[in-house]
Design a protein around this ligand. Structure first.
Ligand SMILES: Cc1ncc(COP(=O)(O)O)c(C=O)c1O
Length: 420
């Protein structure tokens, strides 16, 4: 019998060789531990809520208010023993906050996207998706009941229009409204921090699908808590919630928690409860997770995160100004990609590992992002800002980047050849 201590089986050799190949390609992924006293310019904790004393105190009060007999763990799948009144009340609360007829909790954004995309499009349906959508949406589409899946150029209404128009012209069922057409986008993209042109997108779909067979699925993971009044997200900021079929908000980023909610109509909710395997075959969130979600949404609703949001947006403007000022004339060496209002900054450069290492050596945590997470040629250092980052910290980070750039400019020809 093979045991895990037997490292010389053909399988282990295959695994090792594959990893070695990744290492040679410089794409090997490794786990790292946080460095004590380092300054976070990397996590998705945009509002710095996970270390916020008010959030912590309120959360602990929620936990302490729990009757001694109330179980801490959910004890099973939502469909078996894992449901509770607390869970259902929380879903009502989230639905009301987000102006949605219904809400369904999932254990993560990954599970939510996977569940939605693997189950809702039916065998004959068509799915159009932005080429830059998250891996979880791709995984859901891989398990979709339809194989009619078409990508369109990232955040480009003209590209969506071209794909849709072709389908309308070629396929009478799309034209006459018999075939459902799902359009899948994110509202704020995780790698470049850009906001999708949702209003223009919606107009395209309504122009080409006047029979109403267009169904929007919008992932608001990176907008939740950050964009819109009280952090409601991009869709609600634009007043488009009535036009959406499904919205996914996640709690693991700006909301300092874990899990996700699918906002949809009651029929869709019931369908997901019946068919979404990422909901059915997993233990539901236990009370500590639900209480964290409840706590943060009470804070959002009560306007208690507005000051954090304002501080974050102030810091975003500050970092943007500072990075723009140090941008070299040669954009192949370093180019800032940033969209006003977004806490995510993409520093495109051919040597992201080295730039990240230079920052990390001075105690600033930033991450190099490499293919396959981003397309080849779009390597970058991703910088995420937080409400808790001070202007002094931002000055320190910009200084390190500036010094590194000065050094690189001296050795630029080598840098260009050495790539990565
Ligand atoms: C756009 C987007 N959607 C979904 C997810 C998955 O969310 P979660 O981390 O809650 O699984 C992520 C996480 O990286 C994301 O960036």
């Amino acid at each position: 019998m093979t045991t895990s201590s037997n490292k010389h089986t053909p399988l282990h050799l295959t695994l090792r060789q594959t990893l070695q190949q990744r290492a040679r390609n410089q794409t090997l992924r490794t786990l790292t531990l946080p460095t004590p006293n380092s300054i976070d310019f990397s996590s998705n904790d945009f509002l710095s809520l996970s270390t916020n004393p008010l959030y912590r105190a309120r959360y602990l009060r929620h936990l302490q208010a729990l009757p001694a007999t109330h179980p801490l763990a959910s004890g099973g799948s939502r469909l078996l023993d894992g449901n509770s009144q607390y869970t259902e009340q929380l879903e009502h609360f989230l639905a009301a906050f987000h102006h949605s007829p219904a809400a369904l909790l999932f254990n993560s954004g990954f599970d939510a996207n996977w569940g939605v995309l693997s189950t809702l499009p039916q065998p004959d349906d068509l799915v159009l998706y932005d080429e830059a959508i998250h891996a979880s949406a791709h995984e859901g589409m891989r398990r979709s009941r339809t194989s009619r899946l078409l990508a369109f150029r990232h955040s480009c209404p003209a590209a969506l229009e071209a794909v849709l128009r072709r389908q309308v012209e070629l396929d009478p069922r799309v034209r006459n409204g018999e075939r459902n057409v799902f359009v899948v986008v994110e509202s704020v993209y995780s790698m470049d921090g850009d906001v999708a042109p949702l209003q223009a997108f919606v107009e395209v779909v309504e122009r080409w699908l006047p029979a109403g067979n267009g169904y929007w699925i919008v992932d608001e993971a990176h907008a939740t808590g950050v964009v819109g009044p009280r952090g409601v997200g991009v869709v609600q900021e634009l007043g488009l919630e009535g036009r959406m079929f499904v919205r996914v908000h996640t709690f693991g980023k700006a909301l300092g928690g874990h899990g996700a909610v699918v906002l949809c109509d009651p029929d869709t909710r019931e369908y997901l409860i019946n068919y979404a395997r990422s909901l059915i075959y997993t233990t539901a969130l236990g009370f500590p997770f639900l209480a964290a979600i409840r706590t943060v949404y009470e804070m959002l609703e009560g306007g208690e995160t507005v000051e954090l949001q304002d501080t974050l947006h102030h810091r975003i403007r500050y970092l943007r100004e500072r990075l723009t000022a140090i941008q070299p004339a040669d954009p192949t060496l370093f180019a800032l990609h940033h969209h006003p209002g977004s806490p995510i900054f993409s520093l495109r450069c051919p040597l992201p590992r080295r730039l990240a290492a230079a920052c990390q050596a001075k105690g600033y945590v930033v991450r190099p992002i490499l293919p396959p997470t981003v397309p080849a040629g779009q390597e970058r250092v991703r910088v995420c800002l937080h409400a808790g980052n001070t202007e002094e910290e931002i000055d320190g980070l910009v200084e390190v980047i500036s010094e590194w750039l000065a050094e690189m400019q001296e050795v630029q020809p080598v840098a260009k050849v050495a790539r990565l």
